[in-house]
Design a protein. Structure first.
Length: 301
């Protein structure tokens, strides 16, 4: 049994389980809903506690019945209210709902007109509202967003550095070993350079937007852009490193070839010189005892 593979699968499942609720909160549309809210009070306890997130789906008011939990806008306040319907009435020719918090002893003052209803609660996610509220503060944003991204970036850069160093120590693949890879998708160095440059410009902007807005969607975009920059930057760094290594190997091979050829040429030249001296025969072996370089004889003119 491959324990490492099992651990990786379990880790991936845990990661999905942690991230998925935040994705649903940020984009309720993934489950077909329209709104998501963090519950601030305990008026609906124990069914819905403070810090929970409610996901609300728009519903035809005519289908709402007693017992449904609805979210509605109350006149005079900007914060929506989530309470249970305890009665349906006809007010002025239109539908209206009598609501009450499960933890409250009295029903809410006044009826809720149908046009004020945002929708019916279809999903409650416990506890993640605390995390979302914490990210709205500067300290929480730094602790929960910036620090993990920095640590992850550091670990990825270290892994890329180790991988590049190990690749540099290995023997480069031959042409035969690359055969059959024609179907692989390849990216040129110019593509990686352009992508890296664009991400370098985009990442600071989306990080600033995430810091200012501090919404789940803006934070998710900032994290995705940062991870994309790390991935593309790692590929670009790897191609540059491979290009430099191959250039160095080519120059080293050419220099060694020149040295070997030069040595062979010198040996041949020395051998030829020695042979020439060994076969040299002087034009005469005896010289006259004297010579005065005087006048020529009469007959030789």
């Amino acid at each position: 049994m491959n324990y490492r593979k099992t651990a990786n699968v379990l880790g991936l499942l845990v990661l999905i389980a942690i991230v998925l609720p935040f994705v649903i909160y940020a984009v309720p549309g993934v489950i077909g809903a329209e709104y998501s809210f963090v519950v601030l009070t305990g008026s609906m306890a124990p069914a819905i506690d403070p810090g929970d997130v409610v996901v609300v789906d728009e519903t035809d008011p005519a289908t709402i019945e007693s017992g449904d939990v609805i979210t509605f806008a109350r006149d005079g306040t900007n914060t929506p209210v989530t309470h249970r319907v305890v009665g349906v009435a006809d007010a002025g020719g239109g539908l209206a709902f009598e609501t009450k918090g499960d933890a409250n002893s009295e029903v809410d003052a006044g009826l809720v007109p149908a046009e004020n209803v945002l929708g019916v609660v279809v999903l409650t996610i416990p506890y993640i509202g605390y995390v979302i509220q914490m990210t709205n503060s500067t300290a929480g944003f730094l602790l929960l967003v910036v620090v993990p991204i920095v640590l992850f970036a550091a670990s990825e850069l270290w892994a890329l550095f180790r991988s590049a160093r190990e690749d540099g120590e290995r023997t480069p693949p031959t042409a035969d070993s690359d055969a059959g890879e024609g179907d692989a998708i390849t990216l040129s160095a110019s593509d990686l350079t352009l992508s890296s440059a664009m991400l370098v410009l985009v990442v600071p902007y989306v990080a600033y937007v995430a810091f200012e807005l501090r919404t789940a969607l803006s934070i998710a975009v900032a994290v995705a852009a940062t991870l994309s920059l790390l991935a593309v930057g790692g590929l670009w760094f790897g191609t540059r490193r491979d290009a430099m290594d191959s250039t160095g190997r080519s120059r080293s091979g050419a220099d060694s070839s020149r040295t070997e050829e030069g040595n062979l040429g010198d040996d041949d030249a020395n051998a030829g010189t020695e042979e020439a001296f060994e076969t040299f025969v002087p034009a005469t072996t005896e010289l006259p005892a004297t010579t005065d370089g005087g006048d020529l004889e009469e007959g030789s003119r």
